[in-house]
Design a protein around this ligand. Structure first.
Ligand SMILES: [Zn+2]
Length: 114
C-alpha cells in the first residue's frame, strides 16, 4: 500500500488546522506559499506570489532603506535578501512585495521592468 506523499501546502494546512484546534480559533485556509521562504501564507487570488510578512519586512531599497515606512503611497523596486522584488500598495491596503521574476510579463511591462 503506497500513500500519496503530501504536498507542502497540505502539510502546512494540517499544521494550521492543528494550531487552530489548540487555540480554539478558525483555521486559515492555506493554498499558497511565500515565494521566497516557502512559508505557508493565506491564499490570494490577486497576489498568487506575494511574500510573507517576515520576508516583506526585510525589503529594502537600493540604498538599504525602507522609504515606504515614511510615506503613504510608495511603489518601486526593492530587494529582499538581495533578490530583486517589487513593492507596491496592496489592493486592500498595506503593501505587497513580490519577487520581480514572479510577476507576469504584463505586470513587469506595466512597472517599467522590461
Ligand atoms: Zn517568506
Amino acid at each position: 500500500m503506497s500513500e500519496k506523499s503530501k504536498s507542502d501546502i497540505e502539510i502546512a494546512q494540517e499544521k494550521e488546522d492543528t494550531k487552530a484546534r489548540i487555540m480554539g480559533t478558525v483555521p486559515r485556509t492555506i493554498t499558497q506559499m511565500c515565494t521566497l521562504c516557502r512559508n505557508a501564507v493565506q491564499a490570494s487570488e490577486r497576489y498568487p506570489s506575494y511574500l510573507c510578512g517576515r520576508c516583506a519586512s526585510r525589503a529594502v531599497d537600493a540604498d538599504g532603506k525602507q522609504p515606504w515606512r515614511e510615506v503613504q503611497y510608495w511603489e518601486g523596486p526593492c530587494f529582499v535578501d538581495s533578490v530583486p522584488c517589487w513593492l507596491e500598495e496592496a489592493h486592500l491596503g498595506g503593501t505587497v512585495v513580490r519577487i520581480v521574476e514572479s510577476l507576469t510579463d504584463e505586470q513587469r511591462k506595466d512597472r517599467g521592468l522590461g
